[in-house]
Design a binder for this molecule. Structure first.
Ligand SMILES: [Zn+2]
Length: 293
């Protein structure tokens, strides 16, 4: 059996790898549940379509380890990857799903989990698309109306791209009241690691330095053997060029390969940012749970 087959299950450490009696018992205990949310989306010629799904699953498994160390049990839902690609849908590989379809599926899945007893749900998302985030927010609000405590758990690195995309499209911040969102603070080490991602010459938006480092550090075998990372050219020069192309649906004209950033400067060391981000998120979640009892 190849290590690919053993190492890459997005069900690893999730409810999907448990039996129903175990799930029933965990639900009856109202165990807090992390919910990885992402997409299947083109990520350039060098990264797999599941990059965001791996990112969300990885964060959840790392957060869970930190919570174990704090003697607080949390579980992880099977990853939800039918999110929205409103900006890269012109590429094969980016699943195009209607917002109402995603909203219906996400709220039904989370409603199901709540009916098993998991009524404290924490969404860990790894995709900046503004429409995708609009649906996450609406789903959280709909679930909260049903009395389910669904909360958006945002780490510092994720906040930088989720907030920027939402603000630039909708001209306002994420419309979530404070009880529906946990904004994890950034430790000094995390901030340094995030700012170290500055070797890129242009903006690092999609399949660039950060995401390529994520895959190099955690899922190296998913990079195709024929790809020469160092030969991929950075696209574009300025953030403004990207924003104009995105707003007019001309992403593919701007970047025929699909990346917005500089994959060639990615490194295994930069992938450590995810470990630090998860530690911050676990600390914030732990404090939240301690307060809410
Ligand atoms: Zn991505």
């Amino acid at each position: 059996m190849s290590s690919f087959g053993r190492g890459y299950s997005i069900f690893a450490s999730t409810l999907a790898d448990m039996t129903w009696p175990e799930v029933e018992a965990a639900g009856q205990a109202n165990t807090p549940l992390l919910v990885p949310v992402a997409v299947i989306e083109q990520h350039g010629p060098h990264l797999p379509l599941a990059t965001d799904t791996y990112g969300a699953h990885l964060l959840c498994t790392l957060i869970r380890e930190h919570m174990d160390q704090r003697r607080t049990r949390v579980l992880i839902a099977p990853p939800f990857y039918y999110g929205l690609n409103s900006t890269t849908g012109m590429f094969p590989g980016s699943l195009v799903i209607k917002p109402e379809t995603m909203a219906a599926l996400l709220t039904e899945v989370l409603g199901n989990l709540a009916s098993w007893g998991f009524r404290r749900q924490f969404i860990v998302n790894h995709h900046g698309d503004p429409e995708h985030n609009r649906v996450i927010v609406e789903s959280i609000l709909a679930l909260r109306k049903q009395g389910i405590e669904t909360t958006y758990l945002l780490g510092g690195m994720i906040q930088t791209f989720v907030d920027a995309a939402y603000q630039s499209t909708f001209k306002k911040p994420l419309p979530l009241q404070s009880e529906a969102v946990i904004r994890a603070g950034e430790s000094e080490r995390t901030r340094e690691a995030r700012l170290r991602l500055t070797r890129s010459r242009g903006p690092d938006v999609h399949a660039g330095e950060r995401e390529t480092s994520l895959i190099l550090r955690w899922y190296p075998e998913s990079v195709p053997a024929h790809v020469q990372l160092r030969e991929i050219r950075p696209v574009p020069e300025t953030l403004r060029e990207f924003q104009e192309a995105e707003a007019t649906g001309r992403w593919r004209e701007l970047s025929p390969w699909g990346h917005i950033g500089d994959p060639a400067v990615a490194s295994v060391e930069n992938g450590e940012l995810y470990e630090l981000e998860a530690a911050d998120m676990a600390a914030a979640l732990h404090a939240y749970l301690a307060k809410s009892g």
